[in-house]
Design a protein around this ligand. Structure first.
Ligand SMILES: Cc1cc2nc3c(=O)[nH]c(=O)nc-3n(C[C@H](O)[C@H](O)[C@H](O)COP(=O)(O)O)c2cc1C
Length: 434
């Protein structure tokens, strides 16, 4: 966020408000989650609230056991879905997720550039190194985080070179002379690297002169360095304000070390919002949503992330930093493991309390359970503390909670001068530059 600028806000298109028991509510419309109409409706509502972008996270594997109780990770392909939404919206940015671990960069470059054309410059790329799915791509095991980030850096470099390989202004389309393009300006990239060998050029021109926004998710040291080198924004999990302050300051410093302006990188944590008419109702909504929360799974998460086995501990026993053994060396996500270790060190919660915290139950996102006013105050507080440049809204619990975010919270932020009231332009990069 530039000095005096407004917050940047993204809206999740993963229907997080259907998680847990949310999909079982009579008005959930869960039958629509594999249809275009469902997402077009949310995208239109998000556009009416002037969000910077709608955002589809994605994975390329399916844990089937979880399907017994909810939709879990089953989802439409994000780029295909966003191409449909492009036709039904006019301003909102369209952030797709493409893993750098599994797909060839030529395909990613082509699909994203296609979305950029189809949406008139509104595409963005959420770069993930992914947490699982190797068996679907012929890999015996998941590459280590280091390897994944090395590959991600080369992958991103190749994609950007491919986008530049066929610049839009190479197109001439001169009927009189019969010259369609200045072919000399369309050049192979001749990339030869440790992971990829790509000749190029891309078989599609770039849409416009502006690079499409890159967002990165993952916040280990390797993740931060990678983000600081290329990303316009980081989608992060920051369950406490200080975690966000520290991460934002660190990312800005690393961006400067890469010769970029610190303002070039925006920290946009996920913000989980369980909103209702009163705090008590919101808490009820949260509890109902997690009524069947799987204790065994939460205990397994704690064990995987910290090495601590709490299965025989009484509910009211406090877990302190002194209880933590040496953490496992390779948790699936070091970011999430560190956030959980940090929570235990900071708050010394009982086992019962710990099991309900976002660091254990969910994606470790910043969370507000309360009224629109409570959410507004939390956002104002974190913004004033220099903790965030914006957030990605991940509403929880129910459709009405989701609607309160789009129809009440965002307009309230706009009225307070913290967020835009109208779009100044029609491109995603333009929204982020405001
Ligand atoms: C907030 C957040 C969101 C993520 N979203 C996705 C996603 O949608 N799909 C995916 O495959 N991986 C996702 N990841 C995983 C990251 O791409 C990365 O593989 C993982 O966090 C390990 O990197 P790290 O150690 O730097 O955190 C996400 C990670 C974070 C922190």
């Amino acid at each position: 966020m530039s000095v005096g600028g407004k917050l940047h806000i993204g809206m999740s298109l993963a229907p997080t408000w259907l998680s847990g028991e949310g999909w079982r509510r009579p008005d959930s419309d869960v039958e629509g989650i594999f249809s275009a109409d469902y997402y077009v409706d949310i995208a239109r509502r998000a556009e009416a609230a002037h969000v910077d972008f709608v955002f589809r996270p994605d994975t390329l594997f399916l844990p089937t056991a979880a399907l017994e109780n909810g939709p879990g990770f089953s989802s439409l392909d994000p780029t295909v879905l966003l191409a449909t939404i492009a036709r039904e919206t006019s301003h909102v940015g369209l952030l797709s997720t493409v893993s750098t671990t599994f797909l060839p960069p030529y395909m990613a470059a082509r699909q994203l550039q296609s979305l950029h054309w189809l949406s008139g410059g509104r595409a963005g790329w959420n770069i993930v190194t992914a947490l699982d799915g190797h068996e679907n791509f012929g890999l015996g095991e998941m590459p280590s985080a280091e390897e994944r980030y090395q590959r991600a850096a080369e992958f991103t470099d190749v994609v950007m070179k491919l986008w530049a390989s066929y610049p839009q202004d190479a197109l001439k389309m001169d009927r009189g002379s019969g010259r369609f393009a200045d072919a000399a300006r369309v050049r192979p990239i001749e990339h030869q690297g440790p992971h990829f060998s790509v000749r190029g050029p891309l078989n599609l021109p770039a849409q416009g002169p502006t690079r499409m926004p890159l967002i990165q998710a993952g916040a280990s040291t390797a993740g931060r360095n990678f983000a600081a080198s290329v990303a316009d924004a980081v989608f992060a999990s920051t369950p406490d304000r200080q975690a966000a302050v520290d991460l934002r300051a660190d990312l800005r410093m690393r961006a400067a070390a890469h010769g970029r302006s610190p303002d070039a990188i925006n920290l946009m944590p996920g913000l989980s919002l369980y909103l209702a008419g009163s705090k008590a109702e919101a808490m009820e909504l949260f509890k109902e949503t997690h009524a069947r929360a799987d204790r065994a799974r939460s205990l397994a998460t704690i064990r995987e992330m910290t090495g601590l086995d709490l299965s025989d501990w009484p509910q009211d026993r406090k877990v302190t930093v002194g209880d933590l053994p040496l953490p496992p060396e390779t948790p699936r996500s070091r970011t999430h493991a560190q956030l959980l270790q940090r929570l235990i060190a900071r708050e010394a919660l009982t086992v019962g309390e710990l099991l309900w915290r976002p660091e254990v139950m969910g994606s470790a996102h910043w969370q507000v359970i309360g009224t629109v006013e409570d959410a507004f105050e939390a956002v104002r507080d974190w913004t004033a503390a220099g903790a965030v440049d914006g957030f990605v809204a991940v509403p929880g619990g129910s459709v009405s909670s989701m609607r309160l975010v789009l129809e009440r919270l965002l307009p309230k932020l706009a009225d307070a001068g913290l967020f835009r009231k109208v779009y100044a332009g029609r491109t995603f990069a333009g929204h982020l530059a405001e």
